[in-house]
Design a protein around this ligand. Structure first.
Ligand code: HEM
Length: 46
């Protein structure tokens, strides 16, 4: 089953949060790019 990345998380990344800069400092990332990165981060083993 595919992992569905929340559009709310993509919106938070674009806005920035706490110590995270808006867009994660990426100047040319698309929403699709952010979804892929968040999905990748979400799969990392602790
Ligand atoms: C494309 C690159 C990045 C992506 C996709 C990304 C994604 C995320 C996501 C999804 C969260 C969780 C937001 C939430 O809880 O609602 C987060 C939190 C955070 N990120 Fe990033 N991030 C990126 C780049 C960065 C960079 C470059 C920094 C630091 C220079 C950073 C620092 C942080 C910090 C400090 C938080 C915790 C914010 C808080 O809860 O106060 N991130 N990030």
């Amino acid at each position: 089953m595919p992992y569905i990345v929340s559009t709310a998380l993509v919106a938070t990344v674009k806005t920035g949060k706490g110590a995270m800069p808006p867009g994660g400092m990426c100047i040319d990332c698309t929403d699709e790019d952010y979804k892929k990165v968040i999905e990748y981060m979400s799969k990392q083993e602790m």
